[in-house]
Design a protein around this ligand. Structure first.
Ligand code: ATP
Length: 352
């Protein structure tokens, strides 16, 4: 393994098509992914996640920019020369081969000795906990088991980087949760750098060391799940990662004031800004000095908690998330006047 980050993308541009039909799938994307990191590319459909992954794998050549692996420029190298492997959403297993043969296949192609192929295959099947099913064919496996075979096969040649393109999206919710922790464990045990693509913000938050949020071919923010959730750089990131209340406000004299006049934070600048507050950062209380006056308009029961829909005196709608109580309604009835208490540090001030 070379020096430097496991993967580095430098000013990657990728255009498809010609003339008026041109699509800029990646627009000057730069990112450094550390050795052994679980890094997630997160963004809505069509934002360029898969294209970036394909540039790293070598299935696409960037229109401009460079890709480095372990500090070495590999932009012009074909996929099979890169120590990178990919796991796709469609598991792409060979239907006529057994589980063990599927895992062994790549190793045989690399010209490994029979003994080494056998040992590595056994080790990989144990790693993904499929040693009992080594002789089965893919059509006799569940979706989750097939995904494990695909993972074992991709990990077997010991790539430096494993690319995972929405590998869990075909699984039902329960299995998906199970495979999420399984993937974390595999990454931890192998120490291989994982670059994971998803459009599911919750999946990204629970699994990643760091997340890169993409929109329309641009990488908007890179940070830890906490950074991204608590300090989104702009409205798109705040909105894409979890639910957020956006409220019109003004910066003036070192204070941020809502349109209704209440000061909710300190901050520099002067002029219109947007204030973002997560629903779980708002507490309902009896209206009192220093709290934000609001009227309850309804509530949605969600099991572990409820969303309370409220209106501020300036007409803005806000949602507060309150824990459910088994004893009965945790939300006050519609029409109740309440005071909203904002948790310390919960107000994010965004431009415009
Ligand atoms: P999804 O989550 O839906 O897979 P994505 O974020 O992975 O989306 P990409 O598949 O990278 O997005 O696509 C980014 C943009 O590039 C899209 O507008 C897509 O239509 C376009 N694109 C991707 N591949 C090609 C291609 N081979 N030819 C033309 N346009 C392409």
């Amino acid at each position: 393994m070379g020096a430097g980050p496991a993967v580095e993308a430098q000013n990657i541009v990728k255009q498809f098509g010609q003339g008026a039909e041109v699509v800029r799938a990646l627009d000057d994307v730069s990112v450094r992914i550390a050795q052994g990191e679980f890094f997630t590319l997160l963004g809505p459909s069509g934002c360029g996640k898969t294209t970036l992954l394909r540039c790293i794998a070598g299935f696409e050549t960037p229109t401009a920019g460079r890709i480095l692996l372990g500090g070495r420029d590999i932009t012009g190298e074909p996929p099979n020369r890169r120590r990178v492997n990919t796991v796709f959403q469609s598991y792409a297993l060979f239907p006529h081969l057994t589980v063990a043969q599927n895992v062994a296949f790549g190793l045989e192609m690399l010209g490994k000795s029979r003994a080494e192929v056998r040992q590595t295959t056994e080790r990989m099947l144990a790693l993904v906990r499929l040693d009992q099913l080594a002789g089965r064919r893919p059509d006799a496996l569940s979706g989750g088991q097939q995904q494990r075979v695909a993972l074992a096969r991709a990990l077997a040649p010991q790539p430096e980087v494993l690319l995972l393109d929405e590998p869990l999206s075909a699984l039902d919710l329960k299995l998906r949760k199970e495979m999420q922790s399984e993937l974390k464990r595999l990454q931890h045990e192998t120490g291989i750098t994982f670059v994971f693509v998803t459009h599911d913000q919750e999946e990204a938050l629970t699994m990643s060391d760091r997340i890169g949020v993409m929109s329309a071919g641009k990488l908007l923010q890179v940070g830890t799940p906490r950074d991204i959730y608590n300090r989104p750089v702009n409205r798109f990131v705040a909105d894409f990662i979890g639910e957020t209340n956006f409220l019109p406000a003004r910066a003036e004299g070192g204070v941020i004031r809502l349109a209704s006049g209440e000061a909710v934070a300190q901050g520099p600048g002067s002029g219109p800004v947007t204030v973002a507050i997560r629903p779980e950062q708002l507490r309902l209380d009896v209206l009192a000095e220093g709290l934000l006056p609001a009227t309850v308009e309804g509530a949605t029961y969600l099991g572990t908690d409820s969303h309370v829909h409220l209106r501020l005196s300036d007409g803005s709608a806000v949602v507060a998330r309150v824990p459910s109580s088994p004893a009965g309604d945790s939300a006050p009835p519609s029409g109740t006047q309440v005071g909203l208490r904002i948790a310390p540090g919960a107000v994010q001030v965004l431009e415009g």
